[in-house]
Ligand binder design. Structure first.
Ligand SMILES: CC(C)(COP(=O)(O)OP(=O)(O)OC[C@H]1O[C@@H](n2cnc3c(N)ncnc32)[C@H](O)[C@@H]1OP(=O)(O)O)[C@@H](O)C(=O)NCCC(=O)NCCS
Length: 279
């Protein structure tokens, strides 16, 4: 980038990129070959430990997806990417000495997988967390999830009709909570009743009460249903000059099909007791 007195180039805002990839989008034989060439020793070991072929397949598709998408973003070969994990298990891409061949700020990514679907979020210069869940969860799992919620969220869930309407409310909240805690690298280590979302009836986050150690206005949240009955959520740190558009790619990143473009909502400020009472 050149900077002169007259012409000051501003770095292009980096979009938030998402890939939703079903296991069926990558034939098992191809996933196996790619994994042999691309996955590191640690990933190969994990792939070899699964008891059920179904679980192994999910792992191979998810992790070849991660390496392929990051390779395209970084300008490195899939097998050259060095992925390390924090003490809480959050994976990060190691930026090589001298920076990424494609340039730009460091990449952050986050992965989620749920019975046949893999969701990957990639962004530059700040943190991202994603979560994907299928709506067809059993009633006991739904009840267990609700117990982890903040009181105002439990009240909102209780106002829904039993069955699908209630399940949908529960899983909308759950995906958002997971996405947020995964963006922060805490996973389930963050008590889920310490922060709360205020959701619109159909889709969209109206308010966010952050946990005591976080500030308001630092995050943008997106809810998606990329495939019918598959719910997804994204939490991304708000940053100056951020591209206000999220790019959603379907399938394994082979071709260059144009992504769906979705507007990123404004960063959210905290909800108040009054906001809760109004619901
Ligand atoms: C992160 C966590 C919430 C995942 O929950 P999940 O709903 O079962 O799984 P998802 O499919 O949404 O996400 C799994 C992916 O999240 C990523 N991940 C793992 N730990 C993560 C963390 N702390 N923060 C963000 N992302 C994480 C990984 O890519 C993982 O997939 P992989 O193991 O195949 O690489 C859960 O594993 C967790 O709480 N981990 C933290 C455990 C911890 O605190 N350990 C402390 C050391 S003992």
């Amino acid at each position: 980038m050149t900077v002169t007195a007259q012409h000051r180039e501003v770095a292009a805002p980096s979009p938030v990129k998402l890939w939703i990839c079903a296991n069926d989008d990558l034939p098992p034989a191809i996933a196996g070959v790619l994994a042999t060439h691309w996955l590191d020793e640690h990933e190969q070991q994990i792939a070899g430990r699964f008891l059920f072929e179904r679980d192994r397949r999910q792992y191979l598709v998810a992790h070849t997806l991660v390496r392929r998408a990051l390779a395209l973003e970084a300008g490195l070969a899939e097998a050259e990417l060095v992925i390390f994990r924090s003490s809480r298990g959050r994976p990060f891409l190691q930026t090589p000495d001298g920076g990424l061949p494609r340039g730009g700020p460091e990449l952050d990514f986050n992965l989620s997988h749920a019975s046949g679907y893999n969701l990957l979020g990639v962004v530059r210069g700040h943190r991202i967390g994603v979560d994907v869940e299928r709506l067809d969860r059993d009633a006991q799992a739904i009840d267990t999830i609700v117990e982890t919620f903040a009181p105002e969220e439990q009240r909102w869930v209780a106002r829904a009709a039993q069955g699908r309407p209630r399940d949908r409310r529960v899983l909308r909240l759950w995906t958002l909570k997971e996405a947020y805690s995964k963006a922060r690298g805490l996973g389930l280590g963050l008590p889920f009743d310490e922060f709360a979302f205020d959701l619109a009836e159909d889709r969209g986050v109206r308010g966010f009460r952050p946990p005591p150690d976080d500030a308001t206005g630092r995050w943008r949240f997106v809810e998606l249903e990329p495939v019918p009955d598959v719910l997804a959520a994204v939490a991304v740190q708000a940053a100056d000059g951020q591209d206000p558009v999220l790019q959603l790619h379907h399938g394994f990143p082979w071709g260059r099909a144009a992504p769906r473009r979705i507007a990123l909502p404004e960063p959210l400020h905290g909800t108040s007791a009054a906001g809760d009472a109004a619901r």
